[in-house]
Design a protein around this ligand. Sequence first.
Ligand code: AMP
Length: 310
Amino acid sequence: MHGGEAFKTSSIINEEVISIIESCIPFAPLHNPANLIGIRVAMEVAPNLPQVAVFDTAFHQTIPKEAYLYAVPIEWYRSFAVRRYGFHGTSHQYVVQKAAEELGLDIKESAFISAHLGNGASATAVLNGRSVDTTMGFTPLEGLVMGTRSGDIDPGLPPYIAQSLGISPDEVVDLLNKKSGLLGLSELSNDMRELTIAANSGHVGSKLAIDVFVHRLAKAIGALAISLPKIDALIFTGGIGENSALVREKVIGKLGAFGFQLDHKANDHAVGGIGGIITDRDSPVAIVVNTNEEAMIVKQTLEVLNKDTK
Ligand code: AMP
């Protein structure tokens, strides 16, 4: 759910919270209305049951201004809340906590880059447990190459394509959301498993799609590093991050400037929920962590409910 700038943490749901979620509908026209239907129905069915709203944006509310503002007229921010919000907050927060635990680090003195690579994909720099920069922006279309989403493009492209194809700006955005990314590049599939198999048997488009995905991810990791004084670990998660040894190998291969060196055996082993450290002993750490957004939602819900009853 999109909480705009209003929600910095999860919140117990009341009429005021509902009206703020409603005010965020323009930012998340697919998600917030559907969530509101669920909230209303649950209220009707179980009026005395407390409900808690957990926002995918809340974790990123600690990002500083220089990272969340676009270099557009500041009036757009003041009047229309145009800024970078970031998403996948529950997943990034969960895997960072988990990685800190697994590596025996104090989260309050830690620095991570977390790469959530699923059908949607984003990477986040997390300093001392707080998000300080992320790749997704005003909408989840910005940033990395995804299954069917383009990620970053030149803003001059949409009007050019609209004119070239004779379609409306909304139709261009639809193509950038649904027909781009891995699917658009490969002309085959948005599914990394399928692309890996096809690339191995010589399908040129699939190899190209994987290469662009990897290049842009490695570039984003490099960019996120400037928000951190050190990198305790690079975390891979999400369906691709947890399972694609190939993507991880290619990404780590591009991060030599940071000193990363892959442990090939550990990397090949860390699939299908196994996880673990995938880098050599004298390399900065890269670790595979299985995300569990549901567990994070439950944890935050209990925290909010316990606070409310104290
Ligand atoms: P998610 O949205 O987190 O469920 O992730 C979906 C993505 O993970 C899809 O692109 C899948 O192809 C990819 N994925 C799942 N399992 C594997 C695998 N064994 N190898 C490569 N990619 C995988």
